[in-house]
Structure formats: C-alpha cells, structure tokens
Design a protein around this ligand. Structure first.
Ligand SMILES: NC(=O)c1ccc[n+]([C@@H]2O[C@H](COP(=O)([O-])OP(=O)(O)OC[C@H]3O[C@@H](n4cnc5c(N)ncnc54)[C@H](OP(=O)(O)O)[C@@H]3O)[C@@H](O)[C@H]2O)c1
Length: 203
C-alpha cells in the first residue's frame, strides 16, 4: 500500500469544505484519518465523507497534532490565526482563503500552472480565488505559446461563492417568489434581494 496521510479539513461544514471532502473521497485520496474541523457552532454534527461520515470537531490550537495535510477553507481570519499553529505542529497547510495570497513568503499555486513553485513552501501553500484558478489554467498554454501582456476580465460570481447562508437565502427567496409572496422577502446576507437578480458588487 502507498503512503497514507492524516488529513484535516478546516471549515468542513461549509460550502467549500463539504466539496473538499467529496473530492477527497471521489479521488480516493490516500486518507489514513480524516479530521473534520469547524467552529463550536457545529461541533458534534456529522459531515459526509464519501460513503462514510465524520464527526465535526471544534477547531482549537491543538487540532493539528498528528495531521500531515490541512485544507483550510473557513475564511481569512481563521487561516491567519490557525495556519501558523498548524505549521508549528508539522502540518502542511493548503489555504483556500485570501489570507496568504499576497504574502511573498507563501507560494500561490495552481497545480496545472506553476507546480514548480511548491518547492519554496515553508509549510503554507495558498491558492487563488476561484475565477483566477479557472482563468489561468486556460491562459497558461496561450502565454507559453504567444506571451500575454495584459488580461481584461469581468467576472459574474455565483451565490455559492458567498457560502452556505447565501445559498439558503437564494433558495428561500425563490420559494417566496414562486408562491407569489415576494413582498415578504427580507434580505440578510446580501444588501438586496438576490433571487432573480444580479447585484453589481465587488469586495
Ligand atoms: N479559492 C476559492 O476558489 C474559493 C471559493 C469560494 C470560497 N472560498 C473561501 O473559502 C472560505 C469558506 O467559504 P464557504 O463558501 O465554504 O463559506 P461557508 O459556507 O460560510 O462556510 C464557512 C465554514 O467556516 C467555518 N468557520 C467559520 N468561522 C469559524 C471559526 N471561527 N472557527 C472554525 N471554523 C469556522 C464554518 O463552520 P460552522 O459551520 O461551525 O459555522 C464553515 O465550516 C472563505 O474563505 C472563502 O473566501 C474560496
């Protein structure tokens, strides 16, 4: 049997964390032990890990003992606080938040584009925002072939990019609208109604 890894997912109950768990299982990543971490709000809940499930534990400074790889997706503030603690415990952190993207000490990696930069990591590896990842995968071969000087981009971000509360808000608003109760909509995650709408908003 090949090497197996103890893996932690930080933000395991979130929209991204659940997807990370699904992909790890789908790809048969060699996981010896899985630790699903989130806030105290969801400690004790269960999350799917392929055909199995995992019990969510509260993220604490001691969460990384014995963990080889931690995938962080619980927001930049959580990454800034806990990723250095994970590194101290000997864990390699792959951070999906914006916390370290502009940090010159942390390689910003898209595996299809610059895997060689991984060699420089000091425990933390960052990945770009979702629209950037998809775009550079396509731009890389064009850049290699012809050289690209400038890219002008407009992105249309999905509600899922704002997280599970935003998806719930969209679903609830859609239900109200199709049952002709749209006047009862009270936006909370977004400043305006999001159902059947598009909000010009950037960061
Ligand atoms: N790179 C990309 O492509 C990309 C794409 C989308 C999102 N993101 C990033 O991914 C992160 C999560 O996004 P999401 O859409 O999954 O959000 P989400 O659905 O709102 O989930 C947030 C997750 O973080 C956990 N969390 C929040 N505060 C915490 C704390 N203090 N301690 C421990 N866990 C905490 C939540 O746990 P509870 O259930 O306990 O609240 C939940 O598991 C954000 O940083 C976002 O910017 C990156």
């Amino acid at each position: 049997m090949g090497k197996q890894y103890n893996v932690a997912v930080v933000g395991a109950t979130g929209a991204v964390g659940r997807e990370m768990l699904a992909v790890l299982a789908e790809r048969n990543f060699p996981v010896a032990n899985l630790r699903a971490l989130a806030s105290c709000r969801s400690a004790g809940e269960s999350v799917d890990f392929g055909s199995k499930s995992a019990t969510v534990q509260e993220l604490t400074p001691d969460s990384f003992k014995g963990i080889d790889i931690a995938l962080f997706s619980a927001g930049a503030a959580v990454s800034k606080e806990f990723a250095p603690l994970a590194v101290k415990a000997g864990t390699i952190v792959v951070d999906n938040s914006s916390a370290f993207r502009m940090d010159t000490e942390v390689p910003l990696i898209v595996p299809e584009v610059n895997p060689h930069a991984l060699k420089e990591h000091k425990g933390i590896i960052a990945n770009p925002n979702c629209s950037t990842i998809q775009m550079v995968v396509v731009l890389k071969p064009l850049h290699d072939a012809a050289g690209i000087k400038r890219v002008v981009v407009s992105t249309y971000q999905s509600v899922s990019g704002t997280g599970k509360e935003a998806m719930d808000e969209l679903f609830e608003q859609c239900k109200l609208i199709v049952s002709l109760q749209g006047d009862r909509i009270k936006p909370s995650v977004y400043p305006h109604q999001i159902a059947f709408n598009c909000l010009p908003h950037i960061d």
